[in-house]
Ligand binder design. Structure first.
Ligand code: LMR
Length: 322
């Protein structure tokens, strides 16, 4: 469902620009192959002027050949009452396999966005299985959380979403994630100056963003699809267009060399800026207080535990799940 929303955005030019021709290669499974054929037919019938090619297949070693962007969406989604980490066992293998295939045949400069949950640790599994591709090129999607946080702050402050900037989601795409209201801004002012109910920020706001995915699953009976597709498009656009002066965006990226003292060797959502070349730099001028630091430690601990649990998939010896 996510892909079905996303593909038509990609093909229409909304994401990579209206002057950028595009070739889509769709990876499915034996079970989904007919549906894949159906999607390809709909794409063809839409006569998108920029869409030059649609290929479908079930072998990642064929489908990933020379790809420049790999959007890894397909995985088992969680159901009501599950945590995303509960999918590690089932989905981890998929991302190990896809990392190997990318390593073998994708463009050496491929940018990879991992959406299947738990996306941070799946991105870690993927990058560890693709040692010939820079680890920096792998992202775990936390843009949906950023968008959710911006929406809640805008609603509370009574402003339009575009007035909320500098919104960082720190850490894991899970209920330990930290939507950072200390560094975020509304109309250029610190959020805490605009929203003076700091208890609301610490409790209601934070929890709402952390649990939004789960609440949505309860309502829909399935996980978010349209808003996830929008956030994937946003995540790509943030990497292919220069970040506006003074602003940034969040992405789950590899922590080696990070300036915040976060443990190395995990995929952790952090504030990024891009020149629009597909690459990014971490933002240095952010501030921390005790509240923020305490929560960063918690989400970091969760990611370290997830890493221990997939040690067998990342060349780290015997797995141990807490
Ligand atoms: C979301 O945040 O909506 C998705 O990651 C799906 C989920 O399991 O919550």
């Amino acid at each position: 469902m996510i892909s079905n929303h996303l593909l038509f955005k990609l093909a229409s030019g909304q994401v990579f620009g209206h002057d950028q021709p595009i070739a889509l290669k769709l990876l499915g499974s034996e079970r989904s192959f007919q549906a894949l054929e159906g999607v390809a037919m709909e794409l063809e019938d839409s006569l998108f002027p920029l869409l030059r090619e649609v290929q479908i297949g079930i072998d990642p070693y064929e489908v990933f050949q020379d790809v420049e962007w790999a959007l890894l969406i397909g995985a088992k989604p969680r159901g009501p009452g599950m945590e995303r980490a509960g999918l590690l066992d089932i989905n981890g293998q998929i991302f190990a396999e896809q990392g190997k295939a990318l390593n073998a045949v994708a463009s050496r400069n491929v940018k990879v966005i991992v959406v299947g949950n738990p996306c941070n640790t799946n991105a870690l599994i993927c990058l560890k299985n693709a040692p010939d591709i820079p680890a920096k090129n792998f992202h775990g999607l936390t843009r949906l959380d950023e968008n959710r946080a911006k929406c809640q702050l805008a609603l509370k402050a009574g402003v339009f979403y575009d007035k909320v900037s500098n919104m960082t989601i720190w850490g894991n795409h899970s209920t330990t994630q930290v939507p950072d209201f200390l560094n975020a801004r509304i109309n250029g002012l610190p959020v805490k100056e605009v929203i003076t109910d700091h208890k609301w920020l610490e409790e209601e706001f934070t929890e709402k963003v952390q649990k939004r995915g789960g609440v949505l699953i309860k309502k829909w009976g399935r996980s978010s699809a349209a808003s996830t597709a929008v956030s994937i498009a946003d995540a790509i656009k943030s990497l292919v267009t220069p970040t506006p002066e003074g602003d940034w965006f969040s992405s789950g990226v590899y922590t080696d060399g990070n300036p915040y003292g976060i443990a190395e060797g995990i995929v952790f959502s952090m504030p990024c800026r891009s020149k629009g070349d597909g690459d990014y730099e971490l933002v240095k001028d952010v501030i921390f207080d005790d509240y923020l630091l305490k929560r960063l430690t918690k989400t970091e601990a969760e990611l370290l535990a997830e890493r221990r649990c997939v040690a067998h998939l990342i060349g780290g010896g015997v797995a141990y799940c807490d």
